[in-house]
Design a protein around this ligand. Structure first.
Ligand code: PGA
Length: 254
């Protein structure tokens, strides 16, 4: 069965509204007339989203996502953004469980699970990130760590819901460090993730679910990574911040 590749730009806390609009104009020019074989996603900071949508001008060639969402509906939660607000903007994706949110903002598997459920209930697609630290990998507990994060984040979801979640395997030691997992290491982790999904949600769901690799992906290494049978795309930070480089990434996906 073939899964459509999905490449997503995670801008993190970079690129304000003016730069975001300029990025989209320039990206559209670079890829004009080229065949793009993957779902293309850009995930700007919240306040950049409206100008990016405006610059897209209704073109659905790029799906826009948010970098976080509240697990609550609405009300007295200062600083939070609800799924309804994202829906109103017409967003498609929400990145959840990113290691930076786990590390710096105390997000637990239970919080991430609540956010995933809210996101799905709003008709948005979670891009659900998991990954081990360097110590966990060196300590030989890569698989248990991934399994706990996966089962915790996807708890109580139906197989149909899980089939539409995008999972991003991002080894923490490879994020923003220039170190990339080798294609073999990445493939092994992806195959393990797919096996856990098969055990919990069934083989059919595991065949459908798309698993992105993230961690220092760039135009120079994306082709080899995505040639692996269980790698269905990439979640890209640093190399997504320039339109030329993000365009090179999405046009290389076959
Ligand atoms: P990076 O970030 O490509 O800069 O390593 C990836 C991510 O954190 O999603």
């Amino acid at each position: 069965m073939s899964r459509k590749p999905i490449i997503a730009a995670n801008w993190k806390m970079n690129i304000g509204p003016a730069e975001g609009a300029a990025f989209i104009e320039s990206f559209k020019n670079i890829v004009k007339g080229q065949d793009i074989a993957c779902d293309t996603v850009i995930v700007p900071p919240f306040t950049t989203i409206p100008s990016v949508l405006n610059a897209l001008g209704g073109c659905d060639c790029i799906g826009i996502g948010a970098q976080n969402v509240s697990e609550y509906d609405n009300g007295a939660y200062t600083g939070e953004i609800s799924t309804t607000m994202l829906q109103e903007l017409g967003l498609k994706y929400v990145v959840l469980g990113h290691s930076e949110r786990r590390q710096y903002f105390g997000e637990t598997d239970a919080i991430i699970n609540a956010k995933i459920k809210k996101t799905i209930a709003a008709g948005l697609t979670p891009i659900f990130c998991i990954g081990e630290t360097k110590d966990e990998r060196l300590g030989g507990i890569l698989e248990p760590v991934l399994e706990i994060q996966l089962k915790g984040g996807l708890k109580d979801l139906t197989p149909e819901q899980v089939a539409d979640v995008v999972i991003a395997y991002e080894p923490v030691w490879a994020i923003g460090t220039g170190l990339t997992a080798t294609s073999k290491e990445a493939q092994e982790a992806h195959a393990f993730i797919r096996k856990v999904i098969a055990d919990v949600f069934g083989a059919e769901t595991a065949e459908k679910v798309r698993i992105q690799y993230g961690g220092s992906v760039k135009p120079e290494n994306v082709v080899e990574l995505m040639a692996q049978p269980d790698i269905d795309g990439a979640l890209v930070g640093g190399a997504s911040l320039k339109p030329e480089s993000f365009a090179a990434l999405v046009t290389s996906a076959k």
